[in-house]
Write a protein of this length. Sequence first.
Length: 201
Amino acid sequence: MHSGLPQDPPGDRDTPHGAPGGAPGRWGAPGGPRTTGGPDRPRGVDERRFRSVLGHFATGVVAVTALAPGGRPHGLAVGSFTSVSLDPPLVAFCVGRTSTSWPHLRPADVLTVNVLAEHQRPVCDALAASGGDKFAGLDWTPSPAGNPVFDGALAWIDCSVEAEYPAGDHMIVVCRVRDLDVHASGGPLVFFRGRYGALHL
């Protein structure tokens, strides 16, 4: 995944920097060069070191989907997803400002968050591809809102954009939950230190 987030998430790699979900192995090694930086970048916080250190925080991976007018599905893989509030029920995720996928999703009245399972890295790879039909070969059924829920996803959440906040090279998107449910059993897809993996309990 990608961003000025604790780590670059998987997905949306059709952007130069990626979005919550950048490509595995793109982070720098620990101990990279330090810079004095300007007033907005403290000493020792260059981009390479930032990604390397914050990459030690593991995240789950979700796919955000919606249907464009006419019924064409669009999607974006994100690693910066979190619950925000119980009352009202809110969730949030981050999207890179240069994302070419988000402009197709943003106009939808309802977005659907798919919580991906450990075997669903191919979903991330497909959504990160440039051009073509990103949903070709991916099996899905509609959520109550009609958006794609990928077969095997652990859960789905139908939600509507409540607010967007600029945050450096990303946008923080806060959504109000409209409906949600568990969809399948299994372990989650995890992103850690630039790699996808599974959670072993």
